[in-house]
Design a protein around this ligand. Structure first.
Ligand code: BG6
Ligand code: MG
Length: 222
């Protein structure tokens, strides 16, 4: 089955918003006397807003109304940071890689857990580069459920098996594998189980070399 599309996670693959998420959760945690460190924040990479709150609470009980209010407050803090996002905040190599993939005839899509994905892409001036944008509103079950990748493949009118997913989070690689996609792990988080691991992200990535390596992966799988 030919590879027809590259599907990108947003946060940590196209741009590094983890620091903004950290500052927003940290502010909420400080206001409520909950300990929260940068190391704790690493465990929230790729995790939905609600699951992030649960991990931050670490067993503390709050009501559903409080949870809703806290998630809204955190999102407000996060959006304050997003106002400063600029096209130059795309991670190194990203725009060249997108252009190369496009000229190779591949379809391009986003599959992000974030409800802010479209806003972020607009700030980066990258929205027009993608044929399909799946975000935190597209499906109800977040990663590691495969639903978002299946939804994106469906919108692209391709089989998930002909899509290559670029992900920086374990939950994302798990979700993409579950959907049947080929996977590229980005960065040094726990993504070593992806079909290909790119510790330096897209900085030095070349479309042809990735396609060749994936063909090799497929042939060894049989
Ligand atoms: C993911 C981020 O892309 O989106 C997570 O890696 C974040 O850190 C999740 O919690 C949900 O994002 P948002 O913007 O809807 O709160
Ligand atoms: Mg991510």
């Amino acid at each position: 089955m030919p590879i027809q599309a590259f599907v990108f996670d947003l946060d940590g693959v196209i741009t590094d918003t983890a620091e903004y998420h950290y500052r927003a959760w940290k502010r909420l945690a400080d206001e409520n006397g909950i300990p929260f460190t940068r190391a704790d924040n690493e465990a929230l990479r790729g995790v939905s807003r609600r699951e992030s709150l649960l991990r931050l609470l670490n067993g503390r009980n709050i009501t559903e109304a409080q949870a809703q209010a806290w998630m809204a407050r955190k999102n407000g803090y996060y959006q304050q940071h997003l106002q400063y996002l600029r096209p130059a905040d795309a991670l190194p190599g990203v725009t060249a890689f997108l252009a190369a993939a496009r000229s190779r005839g591949l379809k391009l899509a986003i599959a992000s857990a974030s409800r802010n994905a479209r806003f972020v892409l607009n700030r980066l001036e990258l929205t027009q580069r993608f044929d399909v944008i799946g975000d935190g509103r597209s499906v109800s079950e977040p990663k590691p459920s495969p639903d978002l990748f299946i939804w994106v493949a469906d919108q692209l009118r391709i089989a998930p098996e002909s899509a290559v997913v670029f992900e920086d989070a374990k939950a994302g690689v798990d979700a993409a594998k579950q959907a049947g996609c080929l996977t590229i792990g980005i960065g040094d988080a726990e993504v070593g189980h992806a079909d290909i691991h790119l510790p330096d992200g897209l900085r030095e990535a070349r479309v042809e070399s990735i396609l060749n390596r994936l063909a090799a992966v497929r042939s060894t799988r049989g």
